[in-house]
Design a protein around this ligand. Sequence first.
Ligand SMILES: Nc1ncnc2c1ncn2[C@@H]1O[C@H](COP(=O)(O)OP(=O)(O)OP(=O)(O)O)[C@@H](O)[C@H]1O
Ligand SMILES: O=P(O)(O)OC[C@H]1O[C@](O)(CO)[C@@H](O)[C@@H]1O
Ligand SMILES: [Mg+2]
Length: 441
Amino acid sequence: MQHFLSNATYYHSARTPTGDEDSTPMDMWNGYVNNDDRALMKVIKYSSPTSAGAECIDPDCSWVEQWVHRAGPRKDIYYEPNEVKAAIVTCGGLCPGLNDVIRQVVFTLETYGVKNIVGIPFGFRGFFEKGLKEMPLSRNLVENINLAGGSFLGVSRGGPKTSEIVDSIQARRIDMLFVLGGNGTHAGANAIHDECRKRKLKVSVVAVPKTIDNDIPLMDKTFGFDTAVEEAQRAINSAYIEARSAYHGIGLVKLMGRSSGFIAMHASLSSGQVDVCLIPEVSFALDGEYGVLQHLEQLIKNKGFCVVCVAEAAGQELLQNSGATDASGNAILSDIGVHMQQKIKTHFKGIGVHADIKYIDPTYMVRACRANASDAILCTVLGQNAVHGAFAGFSGITSCICNTHYVYLPVTQVITAPKRVNHKGRMWHRCLTSTGQPDFR
Ligand SMILES: Nc1ncnc2c1ncn2[C@@H]1O[C@H](COP(=O)(O)OP(=O)(O)OP(=O)(O)O)[C@@H](O)[C@H]1O
Ligand SMILES: O=P(O)(O)OC[C@H]1O[C@](O)(CO)[C@@H](O)[C@@H]1O
Ligand SMILES: [Mg+2]
């Protein structure tokens, strides 16, 4: 999908180099990314599949180069900016940085010369629900939205069928659709892209990977994850202070993560205050000689207090499952935090040892805040690159960071399955070294 219509005017003349900055002759340097530029996805050569965290394509783990499109502005662009109508939609749950991305998408579109920019309110529902009107967007309007958390456009789960969304895209004459969301949203974006191709519509569908869960494969991280970890750390710190100050204090913190334990693992690592970290990727027993409760008993005996961090999806096999799903079809989890709180209380009562349990569930607090510095920068780059990708004529891509480089990945590649913590990987083992916890099996 790359038939170039015009030359890009993305760069301001003030940014054109004077010729002094480097040795590239003035007439050759243009500051644009070449269409054939690629980034290497993986840089470690594992000599054996038994190496810690090895990700091998072949059984013998031979080196396979995987190149991906480098993101950034192209000299030749596919659309006439003044004819473009661009729309932005934010789907799924909230995530720090949504407003930063919306803002950068608007800024970058305007820099290209796009005048018709709209926001679709409340996720994919905004394409369908009567009474939800598209919101005209401009630099002036979005100038300060990054100062607050949430989504300026609103979010939602569930919503219309793909064909209805594409009917709406067609009726609204949208040329570029920027879709901000997690794995569900990416599946939605892919379905929209496919339907547009089927109908031979010239629409660029470009996603930006958002989720505090960090569960989208192939990329270093999703925006919002760092901020969520930082906020989660505050909850752990409070649990630590409460536990440390109480006689036989046990601080218990439950952290979000629908199907993966990245937030729990990273917050445990970064806080350095956690004695036991439980994630869904590693099964554990609560009862018995090698169970968590026995270990807590030892911790209380030996150091007088302890802190436990449990991911919300951990230990689901120990609980009754209602089978219920949310509007997007995601399973509704049973509450492992409350379950553990009760189990710990009962256990210590049963052995006649005093224990003071302080349970903290920060829930939405880790994601309803504004982006921290590192996420704000990531959002800025991903948002700008999303627009460059659309102008380059790409569709069905996501703007992300791989192996520290900014790239475009085909959406189809990132919706295969949610990324999960590798229990044989170095990071999980670092976490175990830090907490000092044994295997609970
Ligand atoms: N397989 C799918 N095909 C088409 N649309 C989908 C699919 N899965 C989810 N969606 C749509 O994508 C939107 C967001 O999905 P979902 O609620 O799962 O959030 P998400 O993008 O995974 O973000 P979060 O990380 O917050 O859960 C919803 O409106 C949902 O209807
Ligand atoms: O926003 P809701 O529907 O309450 O969903 C909560 C879920 O969303 C997330 O915050 C992001 O996927 C998960 O960590 C959590 O399980
Ligand atoms: Mg999801």
